[in-house]
Design a protein around this ligand. Structure first.
Ligand code: NAD
Ligand code: MG
Length: 390
């Protein structure tokens, strides 16, 4: 039996992962399941899958979790340190699907104990790509991409040599506002930004899809994971979301990965890698679909893409600053303190302020340094929001 843990089990990726694991209960021993505020769901799944331990990120909810699991024999714990401790429990395969930079420390801990880490939490690579890869190499742990675009690239590269790769194209649906007039974006509401045309995902990534901050994170994720230079990575708007990525080779060939917008494909590929096993996803009828369309992304509509290119050029801890400022600006939009179009300006201000100060972005990439620049960037972003908010 494979020992598996799921970090962020109550979220969209976590629930899709549980869906796959629960279909084949004899094959898996569930070690840790973690969540944050949804204690009922966390306890329900911990019982259903007979997990060894259930952890909530929120210490104030420990008693609720204990009550919900009373008599089950399942251990409980709470808080950020408990999440990392849970990641240190021996496991063969760990799903990293916490949202945000909070996923970094547990992911590193899982790599340190040699687990295969299925990485949905792109923020880990954006904040600390070199540290993640270094840790995986040191402990002979595997890091497998779960983001649909990166899983697609990974699959298109099977049997290929990276030296033959000319470019990587990641596609973007364009999100909720791809067809809106640019001048209307400033008045976009939270509800409008929280609905995605093709994918059913957590609220934060859905809003990030509308602003293209999600694709901006994915550009950086591509550079970090595949070790290509920024000018080898392209974003292509593809409203149907059926081609997830393409790899262009030196001989002019493009290998495209085509599949339905269902994260269980990428999760299942990482779960069964290097094998392929049957997955419960829709089989595409391309004749019925008829056509696939593409457009170049517009950087006036989506300034996040330009900012990601600046971050990739700067390197060092710029990714951690970018992500922390973005998370804080997103909170500002969700709380109604910022307009949709204000988010990019906040991120840009924080990036330029911290880039200009010696000793921040150029510090060595350790977990402590990433945590302290993350903290500083959040503080700067909060101050910028306070100056802007009405
Ligand atoms: P979600 O909001 O649905 O779920 C997030 C999970 O993280 C929940 O279990 C929540 O309890 C937990 N969590 C939230 N804050 C936490 C904190 N501070 N500490 C610990 N746990 C916390 O998010 P999601 O859509 O499932 O996305 C999860 C990750 O996967 C993100 O990094 C996202 O970018 C990435 N991703 C998601 C999709 C998708 O289809 N949903 C696709 C590609 C990549
Ligand atoms: Mg993606």
């Amino acid at each position: 039996m494979r020992r598996v843990s799921i970090f962020g089990a109550t979220g969209s990726i976590g629930q899709n992962t549980i869906d796959l694991i629960a279909r084949d209960p004899g094959s898996y021993q569930v070690v840790a399941l973690t969540g944050a505020s949804n204690i009922e769901l966390l306890a329900h799944d911990a019982r259903r899958l007979n997990a060894e331990i259930a952890v909530t990120a929120d210490e104030a909810l420990l008693a609720d979790l204990q009550n919900a699991l009373a008599g089950s024999g399942i251990k409980t714990a709470a808080g950020t340190a408990a999440l990392t401790e849970a990641a240190m429990r021996p496991a063969d395969w760990v799903m990293s699907s916490i949202v945000g930079a909070a996923g970094l420390a547990p992911g590193l801990a899982a790599l340190e104990q040699g687990a295969t880490l299925a990485l949905a939490n792109k923020e880990s690579l954006v904040c600390a790509g070199a540290l993640m890869l270094r840790t995986a190499a040191k402990h002979k742990a595997r890091l497998l991409p779960v983001d649909s675009e990166h899983s697609a690239v990974f699959q298109a590269l099977v049997g290929e040599d990276m030296s033959a790769v000319e470019r990587i194209i990641i596609t973007a649906s364009g999100g909720a506002f791809r067809d809106w007039p640019v001048e209307d974006l400033a008045s976009a509401t939270l509800d409008q930004a929280s609905s995605h045309p093709n994918w059913d995902m957590g609220q934060r990534i859905t809003i990030d899809s509308a602003s293209m901050f999600n694709k901006a994170l994915e550009l950086i994720e591509t550079k970090e994971y595949f070790g290509v230079s920024p000018d080898q990575i392209e974003v292509l708007v593809h409203p149907e979301s059926l081609i997830h990525a393409m790899v262009g080779f030196k001989d002019g060939a493009l290998m495209a990965h085509v599949g339905p917008p269902d994260m269980r494909h990428a999760i299942g590929y990482a779960l069964h890698w290097p094998d392929r096993k049957a997955l419960p996803v829709e089989r595409l009828d391309l004749a019925a679909i008829g056509q696939l369309t593409f457009r170049a992304p517009c950087e006036t509509r989506w300034p996040a893409l330009r900012l990601a290119r600046e971050v990739m050029q700067t390197g060092g801890l710029a990714g951690a600053v970018f992500n922390a400022a973005k998370e804080t600006a997103l909170d500002g939009f969700i709380d109604g303190r910022l307009r949709f179009t204000d988010m990019a300006g906040i991120v840009e201000d924080v990036l330029s302020k911290l880039s200009a100060q010696q000793g921040h972005i150029d510090a060595i990439m350790t977990l402590d340094n990433v945590a302290s620049i993350d903290h500083l960037a959040r503080k700067e972003a909060q101050e910028a929001i306070n100056r802007k908010a009405v």
